[in-house]
Design a protein around this ligand. Sequence first.
Ligand SMILES: Nc1ncnc2c1ncn2[C@@H]1O[C@H](COP(=O)(O)OP(=O)(O)OP(=O)(O)O)[C@@H](O)[C@H]1O
Ligand SMILES: [Mg+2]
Length: 299
Amino acid sequence: MSDISHLKPETAQLLLLSDGERIEKIRSDRWIGYPVAQRILRKLEDLLVYPRKSRMPSMLIVGESNNGKTSLVTRFCNKHPAEDNPEGEGIIAPVLYIQSPPVPDEARLYNTLLDSVFATYKANDRVDRKQFQVVKILRYVGLKVLVIDEIHSILAGPINKQRAFLNVLKYLSNELQISIVAAGTKDAFRAMQTEPQIANRFEPAELPRWTLDENFLRLLVSFEHMLPLQLPSKLHSKSLSARLFTMCEGNIGELSRVLSDASVEAIVSKQEYITPKILDSIGWVTPSQRKRRLDTGAR
Ligand SMILES: Nc1ncnc2c1ncn2[C@@H]1O[C@H](COP(=O)(O)OP(=O)(O)OP(=O)(O)O)[C@@H](O)[C@H]1O
Ligand SMILES: [Mg+2]
């Protein structure tokens, strides 16, 4: 076998698979612990061991679409899965993940929470009964951190409903003495800033767009370590890194897709490493080009 020092040992193992299986691996989720994400993860871990008190710290993870919010909170949740309760019925769940309901609706939030712990409930029960059930069950499962992804969904409702929804979150946090970790776009951040009692409980943590710097080059090296290609591509080289940066426009989701598409092409073409020519051949359309096409198409 050729030199495989461009791969992590676990990735090198994948070279033994068939081309089809390697392609499947390339298309699967990966996790790279880049510095900003690691810093936020450490903060989330701190929340988990924070002593319970009447006013618990909460966090809002802010970032544009496709820039790693869900991957980050999922990473945290997977580290702390629910387990069977050895001393009673049901589960112990220090961390729970839900997606915000698509509109700021208290009853739907309760339904989602009850579903997340597999509780049975009457869909048309009164909202105060559901709230009582939610508080009782979440206390019973020992919840410590509630993760609510896609919190910007609340913007799909009128201001008074948004406000009421945020107040429910504050109520749950106070009543259960839990931290809430919300993830959403800048618009959600702005909406939450307008409510002082929410703003001062939710510490913002940003997943910013990437810039073409040392950190981006390190990210490329990490991707290369994890993509099972037989030969080194040197993604961090000056020309390839600049090219990849232009293609992804500083967005990790876009970068991940470019590199997946290019890696698949590298396998199919038997080249076994990513070249500028391969990047030309994948028919990549940058996010801004996509948006421009949509805008002109809409006219
Ligand atoms: N830490 C990471 N390591 C490797 N790949 C990542 C990482 N974070 C994100 N990605 C890639 O970026 C893609 C988009 O990430 P993710 O779904 O977490 O974004 P998001 O911010 O939640 O987007 P949206 O706002 O649209 O829900 C993922 O499918 C994954 O391929
Ligand atoms: Mg997401």
